[in-house]
Design a protein around this ligand. Structure first.
Ligand code: ATP
Length: 264
């Protein structure tokens, strides 16, 4: 489904501000894989997702989605294949539009631009059914502006919108990090259910080691722009938070210094 070959990203190349964010990453993600990605600050996790999504073009290497070489494709072209949810609940939805207008826009993802994206009565019913799945009562608030919703409600909607047209790849970039713990757990539950129900191939970046262990069938740890641990299946199931802490300690020669990672 996703193949990454010798991927490399250098910011401000040749200047005194040069940063090698991704150094020669190789990775093969199979259809239906749910990969969780952890790593300390600056490890390159977000940059990797940005390169996959086409937000940045790489300095070297190649990216293939379903066998198609998308390395030089602009972000909007890749959007036909990729659903994405960011950390900030404000980024995935448009506050001044209603819930159903946001949904209608999401339904047009990857399609040619045009003026015909209004909400038909049929759409209204279909959106209502889909939103009912959230169990948040939002199916009765389709005409409300999204700006009136809470962060958790917005992030749940964003997740639903990102998966409305089954994407080939779902990218989740710390999508629960800005939510309070109970809301984060709810959104994670929804994440797991949607991914399993739709059989989505997904990559989820998280700072929370417990979440990285509990969700997904494969776990990748990044450090200084590279993949330093890649564990799947039964081996992943046996991993514990302590194992991950030990890996981090090996890298730093010390205990983990990023407090967010200890939210276990
Ligand atoms: N647009 C940019 N311009 C310059 N440097 C960048 C840019 N984006 C990221 N970097 C640098 O690339 C490196 C990797 O950053 P990235 O955001 O991918 O790490 P991360 O693992 O997602 O970190 P965090 O967990 O803190 O979000 C860092 O040194 C960062 O400062």
């Amino acid at each position: 489904m996703l193949e990454i070959r010798n991927l490399r990203k250098v910011f401000n190349e040749g200047s005194i501000n040069e940063v090698v964010a991704i150094r020669s990453v190789n990775c093969l993600v199979q259809k239906g894989d749910f990969v969780t990605v952890i790593g300390s600050n600056g490890a390159g996790k977000s940059t990797l997702l940005n390169l996959i999504a086409g937000t940045f073009l790489p300095s070297g290497g190649d990216i293939f989605i379903s066998g198609e070489r998308v390395t030089q494709w602009p972000e909007h072209r890749r959007a036909a294949y990729i659903g994405r949810v960011f950390q900030n609940p404000l980024t995935g939805t448009c506050a001044s539009m209603t819930v159903e207008e946001n949904f209608a826009l999401a339904g047009r993802r990857g399609k040619k631009p045009g003026l015909r994206w209004g909400v038909t009565r049929q759409d209204h019913k279909a959106f209502q059914e889909r939103i009912r799945l959230l169990g948040l009562g939002l199916e009765y608030r389709l005409k409300d502006k999204v700006g009136l919703l809470s962060g958790g409600q917005r992030q749940s909607l964003t997740l639903l919108m990102a998966t409305l047209q089954k994407p080939r790849l779902l990218l989740l970039d710390e999508h629960t990090a800005a939510l309070d713990p109970p809301t984060a757990e709810q959104v994670l539950k929804l994440t797991r259910e949607l991914i399993l129900e739709m059989g989505l191939t997904s990559i989820m970046v998280t700072h929370n080691m417990r979440h990285a262990l509990e969700l997904g069938n494969r776990l990748i740890m990044m450090h200084e722009g590279g993949i330093i641990l890649d564990v799947a299946g039964e081996e992943k199931k046996r991993l514990t938070v302590q194992d991950l802490l030990n890996e981090f300690a090996k890298l730093k020669g010390d205990a983990v210094s990023d407090d967010k990672m200890l939210l276990i």
